[in-house]
Design a protein around this ligand. Structure first.
Ligand code: GUN
Length: 284
């Protein structure tokens, strides 16, 4: 029987602490951390994510704005919108929800966000800082996973970690953060051979591939820590992760549920990094 990693409970606690820090910042520095989220188009999953971000930001005392623009917006218009928020001192964090429509160059958009306001950590400057061992803004999902793992006292030094998925949002930054804590890390992906065997070598297995219940018991060593980043619907329309929870849970020592695991921590890290960005503007 595994212990469940209660991401939701931890996220709630951290967000309550953050609300206190925000109140103190208002009092001592007359600054309210501001977050703007730009949502292009009406992708249903993105609408849900963005709604959750806004609710949590307001609950923690942030200034929060969601700018919804149609998916017919041109790249120039989107870049102009970003420029406007880059110079608006009342916003300390800018997030452009991904994915973007096909006619928009994602790289150009991420590059346009001021690195100081890039609370997603997707700007090449912030990715480079992370990769060179000097992280400032870090992608929120892997940052949230590190906070969970730390809260549950998981020892990483010298341990073998396998990350399934090589995205810029999760897989690559996750590997770097685990390596920073002295884990020995392998990134696996769709072309990896003998994936179940490789995954079974992991003391810590992080799964971010976006395929419902892909990881079955053949992938998991007894006693492993299993982190499930997936958010899918199963054949019955029920929310599920990339891990077959019922099969894997008896083998794992610690496991994240879906929902209630990684997701709430991602939002917490977004708010924390926005708060930190606002703090960096104090006394400059
Ligand atoms: N789409 C899915 N996850 C994310 C995320 O962490 N940030 C942004 N901007 N878009 C996403």
């Amino acid at each position: 029987m595994a212990t469940l990693i209660d991401g939701k409970g931890l996220a709630n606690r951290l967000q309550e602490e953050l609300a206190e820090k925000v109140a103190q910042m208002k009092e001592e520095h007359a600054i309210v951390p501001g977050l703007v989220v730009i949502l292009v188009g009406d992708d249903p999953a993105s609408q849900v994510y963005v709604g959750n971000k806004e609710r949590s930001a307001l609950a923690a005392g942030f200034k929060s704005e969601v700018v919804r623009v149609p998916d017919t917006i041109s790249q120039e218009e989107l870049l102009a919108l970003i420029s406007k928020y880059n110079v608006d001192a009342s916003y300390h964090g800018i997030l452009v929800q991904l994915p973007l429509p096909k006619h928009i160059d994602e790289e150009a958009v991420l590059l346009a966000i001021s690195p100081e306001k890039d609370v997603d950590g997707f700007h090449p400057m912030n990715m480079g800082r992370l990769w060179s061992g000097h992280p400032v803004m870090v992608p929120c999902t892997p940052a949230g996973i590190m906070a969970m793992v730390e809260a549950y006292g998981v020892e990483l030094a010298g341990k073998r970690a396998v990350v399934i998925g090589r995205s810029n949002i999760v897989g690559k930054p996750m590997a770097q953060l685990l390596m920073d804590k002295n884990a020995t890390v392998t990134i696996a992906h769709s072309r990896t051979q003998n994936l179940p065997e490789l995954a079974r070598s992991a003391d810590i297995l992080v799964v971010a591939i976006g395929q419902a219940k892909f990881v079955t018991k053949e992938f998991v060593k007894e006693g492993a820590v299993v982190i499930d980043v997936g958010m899918n619907r199963d054949d019955n329309g029920k929310l599920c992760g990339d891990v077959d929870f019922d099969e894997v849970e008896p083998l794992a020592s610690l496991i994240t549920p879906v929902p209630g695991g990684v997701g709430p921590m991602t939002i917490t890290m977004l708010l924390e990094q926005t708060y930190q960005a606002a703090m960096r503007t104090v006394n400059i």
